[in-house]
Design a protein around this ligand. Structure first.
Ligand code: GTP
Ligand code: SPV
Ligand code: MN
Length: 639
């Protein structure tokens, strides 16, 4: 057996059982029955207790009493503040230096470099996964983790991604010194002591997280939110199914079940096991009197997944139901159907822009049992953010911003951080699908890709087939958003909406997608591209979006049903004029502008995409993708 890549050199894994466990005598078990746990879990906990040196070990059981106890503690300390208008809702303000994912400090560690990043040439910028060698990684970890929980409690969180015990689910254990993380993990994943029974002797994904502020901590703690932003380091070990995250308490950096496990680690597991872990929402849509179709959609962070997954149809009679809003695990079953589950149990959604008009179902989901991060609070105990202006009764009410400043609507500055988030249980969503926890998953009929494309890209088009669809996904680009550390509105590549979440060589990932197309007997979903964000000459969006997106989904469903409502174009099938139902919004929508294909734009776009893929994927770029690029260039030249 190979040793763990990141085992601290002076402590051997084989010695854990004999050497570390006796040390537990010095670290009290604050809660839980350590000795009743499965052996592998005991070894894991003991090893890290000895290494991180917490003042106690708290084995979480997932109960409400446990949460209440932690919430009270955090209220006393000032980390959480109750939102009195709702039931069991709290606001948390972070250190303003810790507000989003940090791609530049996120690493994948494998022995071989090209397991992680493609064999590309000299000038690759390396945007598709960052590799770090085990030696360098070890150095970084050694300079951070030993003793990093001194004076703090070590929480041990057993959790399941996917319904507990389902064959498609996977178990993880997160060790953290942040009780905010514990509270959010309880919402986002299934945390229960049943995990220990299901786990038995089995393996689990090891998640280790620390805020990186051992006591005594001499630096100033801002907003009662300990963190260590200069020292953030997030390391993934796909071969060992392990994640180590240091320095940040925020979202995808610290709720390790989400991006770290359910995307980066799962992505690598999925390749080995023949399935897919994707940054996709899952939804079911049924037209009046029709059959339900299931759609999975990959849009980059803050580009509309949560909103689409919970869409409130503006066309009468349509039924939309949400299976998941951020991550899909998908596998072809023995009948050749692509089945998808949502591995998460909650929503960690963008708050600004969410209101009773744009997303009433999200609003309804977080009226109780929810945690709001970096939102503002009104003096009458309600949350507040940009987009709620029209829904506040008293427009003159006093507001405390996410930065703790006194503020009123209309004044300068922002009330909430643009990446402020609500964290609420999926089960509270009024349109949650009755099958959202079905261990078999739901059958996917169509896959959508999309992004924020102010220019050139029509509202919707359909790919010419699976391989072309994979190219459409690989060519995804979008304006930067506040979900990561980038600033400004530059257009960035975000292939398959997975740029920040790749767990292995992106060339091999594309090949993994393509091999489904080479197999026989699989019912491959149709692949589409959508763009809600095209702007006109005046800078305004050309498409009303939100509930009106049902009109586009309607067209997608017609195509899934093989209806003749499309015409060929250089970039794929476009809707025939009039085949998208615009009843009621005819005046608002300029069809020709929304669907125009400027030849110069597409000529340079495909060239730029080709240059990007050549540069970043290099020798690992599958030949099918090169062929599809060539066909696309030929079509564009003929425009
Ligand atoms: P992550 O949770 O970061 O992965 O984001 P997401 O893809 O779930 O994005 P979300 O649905 O939270 O939307 C992000 C932002 O886009 C919000 O401010 C929304 O108001 C806005 N948005 C979503 N859908 C639409 C749309 O159809 N049209 C327009 N104009 N804006 C939209
Ligand atoms: C994203 O950025 O895609 C999110 C938010 O869903 S976070 O959990 O912070 O990654
Ligand atoms: Mn996301």
């Amino acid at each position: 057996m190979s040793r763990e890549l990141d085992v601290e050199p002076e402590i051997k894994y084989t010695e854990v059982h004999e050497i570390i466990v006796p040390h537990l005598g010095h670290i009290p078990i604050a809660k839980g029955d350590f000795h009743a746990l499965p052996t592998k879990a005991k070894k894991f906990i003991a090893f890290y207790a000895d290494y991180l040196k917490p003042r106690g070990i708290f084995i979480c059981d997932g109960s409400n009493e446990e949460a209440t106890e932690i919430i009270h503690k955090l209220e006393e300390r000032g980390t959480l503040e109750q939102l009195e208008k709702y039931e069991n809702c709290y606001v948390c303000r972070t250190d303003p230096a810790d507000v989003a994912r940090v791609e530049s400090k996120t690493w994948i560690c494998t022995k071989e470099k090209h397991k992680t990043v493609p064999r590309c040439h000299g000038d690759a910028k390396g945007g598709l996964g960052q590799w770090i060698s085990p030696e360098d990684c070890q150095k970084e970890l050694q300079s951070r983790f030993p003793g990093c929980m001194a004076g703090r409690m070590m929480y041990v969180i057993p959790f399941s991604m996917g319904p507990v015990g389902s064959p498609l689910s996977k178990i993880g254990i997160e060790i953290t010194d942040s009780n905010y993380v514990l509270l959010c993990m309880r919402v986002m994943t299934r945390v229960t002591s049943k995990i220990w029974e299901v786990l038995g002797d089995g393996d689990f994904v090891k998640c280790i997280h620390s805020m990186g502020c051992p006591r005594p901590w001499r630096k100033k703690v801002v907003n009662h939110w300990p963190c260590n932003p200069e020292r953030i380091f997030i390391a993934h070990f796909p071969e060992e199914r392990k994640v180590k995250s240091f320095g940040s308490g925020y979202g995808g950096n610290s709720l390790l079940g989400k991006k770290c496990f359910a995307l980066r680690i799962a992505n690598a597991i999925a390749r080995d096991e023949g399935w897919m872990a994707e940054h996709m929402l899952i939804m079911g849509i049924t037209k009046p009197g029709g059959k339900e179709h299931y759609i999975a959609a990959a849009f980059p962070s803050a580009c509309g997944k949560t909103n689409l997954a919970m869409l409130e149809s503006t066309l009468p009679g349509w039924k939309v139901r949400c299976v998941g809003d951020d991550i899909a695990w998908m596998r072809f079953n023995e009948k050749g159907e692509l089945r998808a589950i949502n591995p998460e149990a909650g929503f960690f959604g963008v708050a600004p822009g969410t209101n009773w008009k744009t997303n009433p179902n999200a609003m309804a989901s977080f009226q109780k049992n929810s945690i709001f991060t970096n939102v503002a609070k009104t003096d009458d105990g309600s949350y507040y953010w940009e987009g709620l202006e029209d829904e506040v009764e008293d427009k003159n009410i006093g507001i405390t911003t996410w930065l703790g400043k006194r503020w009123k609507i209309g004044e300068e500055g922002k009330a909430a951080h643009p990446n402020a988030r609500f964290c609420s249980p999926a089960a509270q969503c009024p349109i949650i699908h009755p099958k959202w926890e079905d261990p078999e998953g739901v059958p996917i009929d169509a896959i959508l890709f999309g992004g924020r494309r102010p220019e050139g890209v029509p509202l919707v088009f359909e790919s010419y087939g699976w391989n072309h669809g994979v190219l459409v996904g690989a060519a995804c680009k979008s304006e930067a958003t506040a979900a990561a550390e980038f600033h400004g509105k530059k257009i960035m590549h975000d292939p398959m909406a997975m740029r920040p979440f790749m767990g292995y060589n992106f060339g091999e990932y594309l090949d993994h997608w393509l091999q489904f197309g080479r197999q026989s007997g699989l019912k491959l979903p149709k692949i589409f591209h959508v763009n809600w964000f095209r702007t006109g000459a005046d800078g305004h969006f050309l498409w009303p979006g939100f509930g009106d997106n049902i009109r586009v989904l309607d067209w997608v469903c017609k195509r899934v049903e093989d209806k003749d409502v499309a015409v060929e174009s250089a970039i794929g099938y476009l809707p025939t004029k009039g085949s998208i139902d615009l009843s009621g919004i005819e005046d608002k929508v300029k069809w020709d502008e929304l669907f125009s294909l400027p030849k110069d734009y597409w000529k340079s776009d495909i060239e730029e995409t080709k240059a990007f893929l050549d540069r970043e994927v290099g020798d690992d770029l599958p030949k099918e993708i090169c062929e599809e690029i060539k066909k696309m260039q030929e079509r564009i030249n003929k425009m």
